[in-house]
Design a protein around this ligand. Structure first.
Ligand SMILES: C[S@@+](CC[C@H](N)C(=O)[O-])C[C@H]1O[C@@H](n2cnc3c(N)ncnc32)[C@H](O)[C@@H]1O
Length: 213
């Protein structure tokens, strides 16, 4: 099983501090989204990296439509900058339309589960990254530009936890270096989270499932 964790993801509701800003009031979004709220966001700490639900959307689309997920060997989790963890059932079909996806995330912040009434496909809990990682079995690999350069196929083990940053710039907010077995780099330049995710999934598929298909 591969556990894939998007850590310190820049997913949050619009902070109270900027809710009255005209750029925020005229948008219908409850989620902070840099593509809509960038002028208002300048009043927030670390504004350059915040408001990126698009990273979460692409991350979940790639994971849930992967062969690895269809084979039942992938579990995905999103940990946010405010220490919430979203648990997602593997059978969840991720909505392709970005605005509808954001609507779903807003429901999740409101009700903590979606769908709210039936058996939930996604659940949000207040939980630190450390608590989530302690629950997951397998070698814990942190992907980082600052890691040791490796060939991914050589790193893969059947029980593995891959941790990827869900932010566009800067470093992890959580003290993640202390929670993992290895810190690895897969390329000599920064890559988007979804490229690293895709490389990890394909390396795992090639090592553990292609021969079974
Ligand atoms: C856009 S990067 C964030 C930028 C940040 N400076 C960094 O790499 O830590 C998003 C995430 O993708 C992963 N990543 C980016 N480039 C990488 C590389 N060359 N090797 C391994 N992981 C990488 C890391 O997990 C990173 O947090």
């Amino acid at each position: 099983m591969m556990h894939l964790v998007l850590a310190d993801a820049e997913l949050e509701l619009i902070p109270a501090k900027i809710r009255k800003h005209p750029a925020v009031r005229k948008s219908k979004s409850m989620l902070l989204d840099a593509s809509l709220h960038h002028t208002a966001m300048r009043g927030l700490e670390n504004w350059q990296r915040r408001g990126r639900p698009d990273i979460v959307h692409v991350f979940l689309l790639i994971a849930h439509d992967s062969i690895l997920n269809k084979e039942g060997m992938l579990r995905t989790y999103v940990h946010t900058r405010n220490d919430e963890v979203i648990y997602i059932k593997p059978e969840t079909r991720i909505i392709k339309n970005y605005n509808r996806f954001k609507g779903l995330m807003e429901q999740l912040f409101q009700h903590r589960r979606v769908p709210p009434d039936n058996e939930p496909l996604m659940e949000m809990k207040n939980e630190k990254l450390e608590k989530l990682l302690k629950k997951l079995d397998g070698k814990k690999i942190l992907f980082s530009e600052k890691g040791k350069k490796v060939k991914l196929d050589e790193m893969m083990e059947e029980e593995i936890v891959c941790i990827i940053g869900g932010f566009p710039h800067g470093d992890f907010l959580s003290p993640v270096d202390e929670m993992v077995d290895e810190i690895v780099k897969i390329y000599d330049a920064p890559l988007p989270a979804w490229t690293v995710e895709m490389e990890a999934i394909v390396a795992y598929e090639n090592k553990f499932i292609v021969s079974r298909l």
